[in-house]
Design a protein around this ligand. Structure first.
Ligand SMILES: Cc1cc2nc3c(=O)[nH]c(=O)nc-3n(C[C@H](O)[C@H](O)[C@H](O)COP(=O)(O)O)c2cc1C
Length: 198
């Protein structure tokens, strides 16, 4: 039997079943139909801290939570991050997780050591209350830098405008369907992609 494709889903919002999590669930439904193994991490339930160490070259993580997430990230074939826009970009809890990649960035840039020995595929799902394209671009730029640091190819994204209250996104049928389709395609796409580390 073929090995199952592992999908790691990182959900950023503190609102369980909020708009970004509903969008994520659509993506995961698609991936699950393709027999992927799914793991969901909800960032707001963890104790993730921003980078607070004066030593920028240290190799240690702040807490077990960060260590565990970075272990999961390393083992995933597909990584999907879902997030709301907060103040024109990523929420602090996601930014904090990203900052904890600093030891990995150091290894990559100064020691020529890669975090993974094969590239994963990465997807970004993002929602906002307003209708501002720049906010998604801000968020996407940070996710792209993060993905590059941890050897993940940025494959695709789904952005959803003008959703504020929990469940507003249920009216955005086309967007939800797009996330579902991308989730479904993600598994076949992973199997056909080149995963050589760049
Ligand atoms: C702290 C905070 C900051 C926000 N900043 C923005 C913003 O800058 N632009 C925007 O369009 N929406 C902003 N929003 C609205 C959320 O992006 C929106 O409500 C979204 O649907 C929440 O997704 P969720 O249900 O997955 O948490 C903000 C919400 C919060 C709580």
């Amino acid at each position: 039997m073929n090995k199952k494709i592992k999908v790691l889903a990182i959900s950023t919002s503190p609102r369980k079943n909020g708009n970004s999590e509903i969008l994520l669930n659509s993506f995961l439904k698609g991936a699950e139909e393709k027999n992927a193994e799914i793991e969901i991490i909800r960032l707001s339930e963890l104790n993730i801290k921003p980078w607070l160490k004066p030593d920028y070259n240290t190799n240690s993580f702040n807490s077990l939570d960060e260590k565990n997430i970075y272990t999961e990230l390393k083992n995933a074939d597909i990584v999907v991050i879902s997030s709301p826009v907060y103040f024109a970009s990523l929420p602090a809890q996601l930014k904090a997780l990203i900052e904890q990649a600093q030891p990995i960035w150091n290894d990559r840039v100064f020691n020529n050591i890669n975090y993974r020995n094969k590239m994963a595929d990465g997807y970004f799902l993002c929602v906002e209350g307003s209708n501002n394209k720049i906010f998604f671009e801000n968020a996407k730029r940070e996710i792209k830098v993060f993905f590059k640091t941890v050897n993940i190819n940025y494959i695709d994204d789904v952005f959803c405008y003008q959703v504020n209250d929990v469940g507003d996104i249920n009216k955005k049928k086309v967007t939800l369907y797009r996330a579902y389709e991308i989730g479904k395609i993600s598994v076949d796409q992973f199997l056909s992609n080149d995963h050589a580390v760049k």
